[in-house]
Design a binder for this molecule. Structure first.
Ligand code: 13P
Ligand code: SF4
Length: 358
């Protein structure tokens, strides 16, 4: 008699969450004690122009607890230039623009990375550190550019423009990166586009960045209708009003702005490029045409420069706060994961960018 096939239950290794792997810790005392005041005194010096003395007792216990906890957990905090001054100056270990953060994420010597920035930045860190635990204090911190396009859209573009190389801005999901040839940031977009032999290049999804790149290359650039909701609000007319009021003012813009904005600017570059320009040239007055926390962050090092801040905030970057960073370290949340089916291809696109020789 034939034996009936036995259907044994499939056993798969259970995926353990970061909280299960590292444990959940109790919330520390958040009193502004004399000991906390003393140990955070030097940090207040960095942010005193932005945080009134009366408010420091609210910030200091969080900063103190985060700095202690990150050491005990063996964690490193990566922060984008748009984070608020108390994060940027008081708890961040590594700071920078998207390119610097992507490069530094590769050499982070810690088991846990807490990404203070938006979700695509945390995803990039995870791609480059598949064995590490990457946390983002608020997983809802998105980006209008990242949300403007999907992997399926890129597959359709490839069908429509066969053979045309696809350069994707890092401000995209891993799903989109996986469908593309190489990533770029605003710091290296022109070099990345010029690295192809092809006469035509798809540069997606930021329409304005693509138009600004097109102004600096002989290649034909095809693009997508994605925009940064912060930078698209700046207009050339508005900037010319500032120039009229003070002709000495220098205007420094981010390439996510419309080309007409760059046309009336003295310099354009990534957030790091903008910071370097101001540090090198030390203009008496400068208008930073970008997210407004950045001016506060660099003002600390350049007290003699008068920063004019048209205050456009990125609501996504501002989701990251000290209480959420503390919770992230206590409860190991929110863990960033990338679907293994797309991770290898997405990583390749980021690594090609990092390894590109100029
Ligand atoms: P940077 O790469 O210049 O830091 O820009 C990132 C970003 O999101 C700008 O809006
Ligand atoms: Fe995205 Fe613009 Fe915010 Fe940068 S500033 S994260 S591009 S929405």
């Amino acid at each position: 008699m034939a034996m009936e096939a036995q259907h044994l239950p499939q056993t798969r290794p259970a995926i353990r969450t970061a909280a299960e792997r590292f444990g959940v810790w109790e919330r520390p005392d958040l009193t502004y004690s004399p000991a906390v005041a003393k140990e955070t005194e030097h940090l207040y010096e960095r942010v005193r122009d932005f945080i009134p003395a009366i408010e420091w007792p609210i910030f200091a216990p969080y900063i103190h607890a985060i700095n202690r906890l990150k050491k005990e957990r063996g964690a490193v905090i990566l922060a984008h230039n748009y984070q608020t001054p108390e994060i940027f100056h008081c708890v961040a270990d590594i700071k920078g623009d998207s390119l610097q953060l992507a490069r530094d994420a590769v050499s982070v010597d810690a088991e846990i990375i807490v990404q203070c920035g938006v979700h695509f930045m945390a995803e990039t860190s995870k791609l480059l550190n598949p064995q590490k635990t990457v946390l983002i204090p608020d997983g809802r911190a998105g980006c209008s550019l990242s949300e403007s396009i999907t992997g399926a859209d890129v597959r359709l573009l490839r069908e429509r423009y066969p053979g045309v190389p696809v350069v994707t801005y890092v401000n995209t999901s891993a799903d989109v990166k996986a469908e593309t040839d190489i990533c770029c940031t605003s710091a290296n977009a022109v070099d990345v586009v010029n690295s192809f032999d092809s006469d035509t290049v798809l540069c997606i999804p930021d329409e304005y960045l693509a138009m600004n790149v097109a102004n600096q290359t002989h290649k034909k650039i095809l693009t997508w209708k994605g925009h940064c909701e912060v930078h698209e609000r700046f207009t050339a007319d508005e900037l010319l009003e500032y120039k009229k009021a003070d002709p000495r003012i220098e205007i420094v813009a981010h390439p996510e702005c419309h080309p007409s904005v760059l046309a009336v600017s003295d310099f354009a570059g990534s957030t790091k490029g903008m910071i370097d320009y101001v540090k090198t040239n030390r203009p008496a007055r400068v208008l930073l045409v970008t997210e407004c926390s950045m001016a506060s962050n660099i003002q600390v090092e350049l007290p003699e420069v008068d920063f004019v801040k048209p205050c456009n905030l990125c609501p996504h970057m501002k989701r990251i706060t000290l209480p959420k960073i503390l919770d992230s370290l206590l409860f190991m949340t929110e863990e960033v994961t990338v679907d293994p089916a797309i991770a290898d291809r997405a990583r390749l696109a980021v690594e090609r960018m990092i390894n590109l020789k100029n």
